[in-house]
Design a protein around this ligand. Sequence first.
Ligand code: FES
Length: 164
Amino acid sequence: MAARQVSVRDGQLIAGPAPAPPVAPAAEEAPPAVPAPATVTEPGAPDNAIARTSDVPVGGGVIVGNTVVTQPNAGSFVGLSVVCTHLGCAVNDISGGTINCPCHGSKFNLDGSVAAGPATRSLDGREVSVQGDWVVSGAGDPSAPIPPPKPWWCEIIPPGCLGC
Ligand code: FES
């Protein structure tokens, strides 16, 4: 005769296999970090200032709100959107001479052109200029919310269909 398992549930004996212990729900994958809104509140800063020129390294850049500001060459500042042209994640790192997307590994040169895919299109430009010691934004709100990334199927579905 086979042994039968007995367990206690709510003070009652229950024949049969013991209930499986509760399984903790899988931890949700943390969304990629989104840059903080662009705010420069220092006295003397122009209203539309997004960074001190001295905070933007030559051969690198900074991410402020929805804008990437790079300085490919000394004194030459470039403004770009943080929205990756692959599926719309926000780029969140500038290192090794490229602007890097955390979602699928696209890399962009400091002028916004594609250095490595899967993205095939340059980052969109954003108007910036220099006013004194400050990089200031032109048209557009650098603190406007960044739209959510597109779903994976947008790689194969034409734009305008199924949320793509
Ligand atoms: S969304 Fe940036 S690499 Fe896919």
